[in-house]
Design a protein around this ligand. Structure first.
Ligand code: SAM
Length: 289
């Protein structure tokens, strides 16, 4: 069954009385070039088990199943299950989990379903939960080699911005802390049914094999990033003293030690500087006087 054929898609959806849910971010891929490209760029290959988030009618799921050893797909909308039974009938290496990805134990799925395989995530993400899903995957240190996902173009630009540039935000820092991220290709809005109001892009995150900081420093690092970026127009000293309760003299001393101005803003620091700043500031903040 060709799941990018508009006639076929319309026929199967109407047969099952399916109507798109805007709230669940249901924009299904109908451009035949996209899914093979996501699969090929996303480690869908022999030796891999792939986690997919949000199957829709299974257009990407099928391309993943053609290439990888196994696909475990999480889909919240139970109305899609009878459709998937039909559209994916020819594959015996797909398992669907009718769950909310935010509540689903993906670690358990990888442990139990992908024994002896490497793992990767591939998805056309429901856009309303792009950042929470990415943070969930990264913070929980899901043991995957890559996370290759379609997101809104603006989100891709923010996620792939250089840390320290105007375009970067707390999510840019977080993603870059956990891995390396890049845009793989852009996708026009006409590639979906129904067409959304914005274009999209596929990004790939390769998580670092080891954490950059130990647990305590990592906690402090994110406290700093959250506080500093929630008031990004303020200087680091003003933002961190008011939001994180850190004494200004310790912030100034850390900035000076690093050769940075007292009026530096956190958003101006690159990734290495941010990490060094957090580690040095924590030492000063922890010191008993
Ligand atoms: N992969 C399909 C495609 O590319 O055509 C569908 C992508 S569509 C953008 C997002 C899918 O995620 C929808 O099928 C939607 O029902 C599902 N979804 C939305 N929220 C979800 C959640 N919290 N957990 C799991 N799936 C979800």
């Amino acid at each position: 069954m060709i799941l990018t054929n508009i006639g076929t898609v319309k026929e199967i959806l109407s047969k099952h009385g399916f109507s798109f849910s805007k709230g669940l971010g249901q924009n299904f891929i109908i451009n035949p070039d996209i899914c093979p490209k996501i699969a090929e760029n996303g480690n869908a290959q022999p030796g891999y088990g792939i986690i997919e988030i949000g199957t829709g009618i299974g257009v990407l799921t099928a391309e993943l199943a053609k290439r990888a050893d196994k696909v475990c797909a999480v889909e919240i909308d139970s109305r899609l299950l009878p459709i998937l039974d039909e559209t994916l009938a020819e594959y015996d290496n797909i398992k669907i989990f009718n769950e909310d990805v935010m509540k689903c134990d993906l670690h358990k799925i990888i442990r139990e379903e992908f024994a002896g395989l490497k793992a990767a995530v591939c998805a056309n993400l429901p856009y309303y939960i792009t950042s929470p899903v990415l943070m969930l995957l990264l913070e929980s240190r899901l043991p995957v080699d890559s996370i290759t996902v379609m997101v809104q173009k603006e989100a891709a630009q923010r996620l792939c911005a250089k840390v320290g540039s105007r375009e970067s935000g707390a999510i840019t820092v977080a993603v870059n802390y956990y891995g390396t991220v890049r845009t793989v290709f852009n996708v026009s809005r006409g590639s979906f049914m129904p067409a959304p109001n914005v274009d999209s892009a596929v990004i790939r995150i390769d998580p670092h094999p080891e954490p950059k900081l130990d647990e305590e420093n990592e906690k402090f690092f994110f406290r700093i990033v959250r506080s500093g970026f929630s008031q990004r127009r303020k200087t680091a000293a003003n933002a961190l003293s008011s939001m994180a309760g850190i004494p200004k003299d310790k912030i100034y001393a850390t900035l000076e030690e690093m050769g940075l101005s007292r009026s530096a803003r956190l958003e101006e620091l690159d990734m290495d500087e941010l990490i060094r700043f957090a580690v040095e500031l924590k030492k000063k903040n922890d010191a008993v006087e």
